[in-house]
Design a protein around this ligand. Structure first.
Ligand code: BYC
Ligand code: FE
Ligand code: FE
Length: 475
């Protein structure tokens, strides 16, 4: 394991000092990154002292080193997980061969696209979340927002390192573009749709970190299987940081629900209007936000039947999550039954070659993982004696990518007419008035230990500190 020197201009465990040309190129990119951070990173708070973890090594001891830093001074570093000796390719046509330390010419364009797409999402999410500090429900939450933001920015560094180190001039150009595309920019948007959606309020932020960061988890798991070893090692380390992002979403939604339960008990009602008069989030509204962010994130897995996915798999570029747990790693002569629209308002099952169905297979594992938190939230509801269950919509619902794109269905996935969808849309997805109501709740609370009225306090603080610790010192 290479130690990381935090005093280096770019902290790293890839012996950057041993490759002067690469080091210079990245040192050239660094000030542009910092400019981007100042301009499109968290609005305000750049001078605040924030209690953050920084990765100082990739082992259990150093990957989460806590301390107080001003965000622009965060030590964004290049960290790859340790090399697995004699690692072999785990799937596809090259199954069992040695992994690659360099990019094979024939896979250069495809690998670059995968890395660029991954890299594009990281700064996009920071841009989406940039105004949330102004309406934070507590200093604890504010700190969590910033932790997520600095780490997503580090994930950008992770992909930019790969582009610079392995893709020559094209790679450097792509690294520049990653700072030029912007979330929601009509002329130069981010690549994937979800990363152009506004995240204006904290309920959306929790939904995003629960559902969209979880897409990150699954995509990173797929890339962690890659035959291109530097990509596998890079994404493996990114995954360790991802757990906290999803925790922020999971616990955030849970706290919103807990607060609603308290108010329902106090008032003896489940009437959304009455609950809104008392400043909490009613459960049907939570459900509509779940429906929105889940469906948007489900689109991030791409088309059900995808020749891109098939060739990524065949060539060893991108595998399935937890590839070693599958029995057949080659998937050459097998098929998978996809549920597709029959074009007449119904559903038909079509067998496609397994490799072409990889996106759907990854999506299935994702959906299963999403359900775990939902049942936890439902336990909170049940324990309070309330008769309401949050459900995940069917993955055919409200799709914009793939076979079900633009096919109207109800949340159970039953195809319906476009008229019925339009008529019932506000029952299933956040309406204008839902969004306006949630926005009306967003008032900044920055007194240590205080918390906004629409959300319950966290059960515990960060790194064994008390909940009322001053996680962000504003000055
Ligand atoms: N929106 O065969 P298809 C994260 C494009 S999140 C717009 O259907 P394919 C994070 C697709 O790019 C993880 N466009 O799909 C989370 C393709 O375009 P081209 C991000 C979409 O290629 C929170 C075309 O449609 N990482 O880390 O098999 C905070 C047809 O492609 C969308 C990755 O995604 C969409 N939703 O797979 C911070 C991993 N979906 O190439 C960070 C890298 C598809 O024809 N990306 N398209 O121009 C990939 O592996 C794949 O590109 C995809 C799609 C999974 C995205
Ligand atoms: Fe990330
Ligand atoms: Fe994340």
């Amino acid at each position: 394991m290479t130690a990381v020197n935090l005093q280096d201009q770019i902290p790293n465990n890839v012996d950057l000092g041993g490759n002067r040309a690469l080091q210079r190129a990245l040192e050239h990119w660094q000030p542009r990154f910092l400019e981007w951070w100042q301009e499109l990173g968290p609005a305000g708070f750049q001078a605040a002292d924030v209690y953050l973890r920084t990765a100082t090594s990739v082992d259990a001891k150093g990957w989460a080193t806590y301390g107080t830093v001003k965000m622009p001074d965060y030590r964004w570093g290049i960290l790859l997980a340790d090399r697995t000796p004699d690692r072999k390719i785990g799937f596809g046509d090259h199954f069992g061969e040695d992994v690659w330390q360099e990019v094979p010419g024939e896979h250069r364009a495809a690998l670059r696209n995968l890395i660029v797409t991954q890299g594009d999402t990281e700064p996009a999410s920071v841009e989406q979340q940039r105004l949330l500090g102004r309406t934070c429900p507590s200093l604890y939450d504010l700190r969590n927002l910033f932790q997520v933001n600095v780490e997503e920015a580090r994930h950008l560094w992770a992909m930019v390192y790969l582009l610079h180190a392995y893709f020559g001039r094209d790679g450097r150009e792509e690294a520049e573009e990653l700072l030029h595309r912007h979330s929601g920019d009509p002329n130069n948007p981010r690549i994937l749709a979800t990363f152009n959606e506004p995240v204006r309020d904290w309920l959306s932020f929790y939904m995003f970190t629960y559902f969209t960061d979880r897409d990150g988890k699954y995509q990173l798991k797929c890339l962690a299987e890659s035959a291109f070893d530097p990509l596998a090692r890079s994404t493996r380390f990114m995954l360790t940081e991802e757990a906290h992002h999803m925790f922020v979403g999971d616990s955030g939604i849970s706290r919103v629900i807990r607060r609603a339960m308290e108010m329902m008990k106090e008032l003896g009602t489940d009437d959304p209007q009455l609950l809104r008069q008392h400043g909490v989030v009613d459960l049907p509204l939570v459900q509509r936000y779940v429906n929105y962010w889940f469906t948007s994130s489900v689109d991030l897995f791409g088309s059900e039947a995808s020749s891109n996915a098939a060739s990524y798999f065949a060539n060893g570029l991108k595998g399935r999550p937890d590839e070693p747990t599958f029995e057949d790693h080659v998937c050459k002569d097998t098929t998978y039954a996809l549920e597709l629209p029959d074009g007449k308002g119904g559903i038909t099952t079509t067998e496609v070659p397994m490799r072409n169905a990889i996106n759907e297979i990854v999506r299935q594992s994702y959906v299963k993982d999403c359900a775990v938190g939902v049942s936890r939230w439902n336990r909170v509801i049940k324990k309070a004696g309330v008769d309401f269950e949050i459900t995940l919509p069917n993955r055919r619902f409200r799709r914009n990518i793939g076979a079900w794109a633009g096919v109207p269905t109800d949340p159970r996935g039953t195809p319906i007419s476009a008229d019925e969808f339009a008529a019932r849309k506000d029952e299933w997805l956040p309406s204008e008035s839902d969004r306006a109501y949630v926005l009306s709740l967003m008032q900044q609370v920055t007194e240590p230990g205080k918390i906004a009225g629409w959300i319950a306090p966290p059960e515990r603080g960060i790194n064994s500190l008390p909940v009322d610790y001053e996680y962000v010192k504003l000055h």
